[in-house]
Design a binder for this molecule. Structure first.
Ligand SMILES: Cc1cc2nc3c(=O)[nH]c(=O)nc-3n(C[C@H](O)[C@H](O)[C@H](O)COP(=O)(O)OP(=O)(O)OC[C@H]3O[C@@H](n4cnc5c(N)ncnc54)[C@H](O)[C@@H]3O)c2cc1C
Length: 490
């Protein structure tokens, strides 16, 4: 959002509770999935656009909402969901070695957690649970660890000794999921990779109770098989058993940390917004990302772009525009013509009936407003022009169960420059003109012609002489990209 708002020329200050930017990309998703040097470089690029960042500053604690309202014209809440949900079973609350996935991964991503318990159970089934068990398999355990494996998760100032790394041993990591593997939230290839790395996945299994020892710490998790009725698990009688554990992690969902932000809470630890990401009843407040609905990085980034436009309209005192169902960038030919100094002449609405003109300079002839059909379906393309080119897929470095301990190399290998360009070459330019000249060449009437260079701009390469056009559709048929649409020209 800061990036988009800076591009529009607004002054932006980011308040960041953590010492580094990046949110869950930095403190949740492990480094072998998001390389930290790339993330830091991207953040730096945005900061260098002139964004003021206040690090280690939690709004609601270090700065009040009232102060922000005094100092800023608009506020975007992009606070994410950092409070992991507790497992709703007996014995969970207050048990020290029962922790949330968010807290567990944060301790690892801050570099403080070097090793973990010998037997780890994670309850979940989504991306976070897969990350928890994959991290556990990578960091391993060490019998020489002093204290308990959960200590480093609870105590932000604790940093396990680096010497533990040398003597680490494999961990038994088990993931339990209410849903069967086919219906788990995590992506299929993530589940496949986890099994390859030696993780035990118990699917169709529900937790029943945390079993505790005399010292009050969990020694195991009682579970049973289950079937699902929608989102409700139905236990299968007679299948109860106890899985042993040194540490149990719940990765069953997250909510926002609303301390100091209570007035924005919709009652479920999230914030309610309009389609334009403006808070209902608080016009100078906006919210985006996980705090609206926990989802994906791309979702949060896309919402930030929409919210930035809403903020821009709000600050200019304009009405915030209704957004189309499919929210994509519109190519704006008028803007392009303005950039090229080709603005249409002034239109005088009182100058009589002017419909049907194909020459007056107040109108843009051959103007195509594509915004009504953002998606060009494949049947509008002339596929005969395109050779079948298979995708250039990224290769994966997924360690086997024997190799995973201490393996922190990036899992997906990025494409090299040459392959990335080849992959980009597969773009069929759906709905856009790539200046192939087919329409000019095949028009039997010579009605389609190239726009003279002095009047051309992006999106304005060919035009039609309507006095010659007989509406034969040949230009439309030979267009490879579905760019040309037939119409009556008014
Ligand atoms: C373990 C895990 C794995 C994931 N894996 C993937 C994945 O593979 N692919 C994918 O697309 N998505 C994944 N996601 C989801 C993705 O991380 C989120 O959708 C995305 O990060 C949401 O972005 P956000 O900006 O809304 O919130 P966040 O990324 O959570 O950022 C919120 C920011 O606000 C700061 N903050 C919070 N409260 C305050 C406050 N009061 N004052 C000041 N600052 C505050 C935080 O420090 C943080 O920097 C994963 C999430 C998790 C937890």
């Amino acid at each position: 959002a800061a990036y988009q708002l800076r591009r529009m020329g607004h002054g932006v200050t980011v308040f960041e509770a953590q010492p580094e930017l990046g949110g869950m990309m930095r403190y949740g998703i492990p480094n072998y999935r998001v390389p930290r040097d790339k993330l830091a470089a991207e953040n730096q690029r945005i900061v260098e656009m002139g964004v003021d960042v206040k690090y280690n500053t939690r709004v609601g604690k270090d700065v009040s909402v009232e102060d922000l309202e005094k100092d800023f014209d608009a506020i975007i809440w992009a606070v994410g969901c950092w409070t992991g949900r507790a497992l709703p079973v007996d014995g969970w609350e207050g048990t020290p070695n029962c922790v949330t996935g968010v807290a567990y991964l944060k301790a690892f991503n801050e570099g403080r957690m070097k090793v973990t318990g010998k037997k780890l159970i994670c309850v979940g089934g989504g991306d976070t649970s897969i990350d928890v068990v994959s991290v556990a398999r990578r960091i391993g355990t060490n019998p020489a660890m002093s204290g308990n494996p959960e200590d480093v998760v609870h105590d932000d100032s604790m940093d396990q000794d680096e010497s533990l790394v040398a003597g680490r041993e494999p961990v038994d990591a088990t993931l339990t999921s209410l849903f069967t593997k086919e219906n788990m939230m995590a992506a299929e290839h993530e589940i496949h990779d986890a099994i390859h790395e030696g993780i035990t996945i118990l699917d169709g299994v529900m937790p029943l109770e945390v079993i505790k020892g005399d010292d009050g710490r969990a020694t195991g998790l009682k579970v049973c098989d289950c079937t699902m009725d929608g989102m409700t698990p139905i236990p299968v009688e007679g299948t109860e058993r106890v899985l042993e554990a040194d540490i149990i992690v719940a990765a069953i969902g997250q909510g926002g940390d609303m301390i100091g932000l209570e007035s924005f809470d919709n009652g479920r630890g999230l914030m309610d917004t309009t389609n334009n990401y403006q808070l209902k009843d608080k016009p100078n407040h906006f919210a985006i990302g996980d705090i609206v609905r926990p989802h994906l990085l791309t979702t949060a980034i896309g919402q930030a772009w929409v919210a930035a436009e809403s903020v821009d309209e709000f600050l200019k005192g304009e009405e915030i525009k209704k957004r189309p169902k499919v929210d994509v960038h519109h190519f704006d030919l008028l803007e392009k013509m303005h950039e090229a100094g080709l603005d249409p002449e002034h239109f005088d609405p009182n100058a009589g009936d002017q419909r049907g003109t194909s020459s007056s300079n107040y109108a843009v002839h051959n103007y195509e407003d594509r915004s009504f059909a953002e998606i060009i379906s494949s049947d509008e393309l002339f596929l005969g022009h395109f050779e079948v080119t298979p995708r250039h897929k990224r290769s994966e470095d997924v360690p086997s169960a024997d190799e995973v301990l201490g393996h922190f190399k990036e899992r997906m290998q990025g494409l090299d420059e040459e392959t990335a360009q080849k992959e980009a070459d597969r773009c069929m330019s759906c709905g856009l003109c790539f200046e192939c000249d087919n329409c000019v060449i095949y028009c039997p009437q010579d009605a389609v012609y190239r726009v003279p260079k002095a009047e051309a701009t992006t999106g304005r390469y060919v035009a039609t002489d309507y006095s010659r056009c007989i509406g034969c559709h040949i230009c439309h048929d030979v267009c490879p990209t579905g760019y040309i649409q037939m119409g009556l020209g008014e």
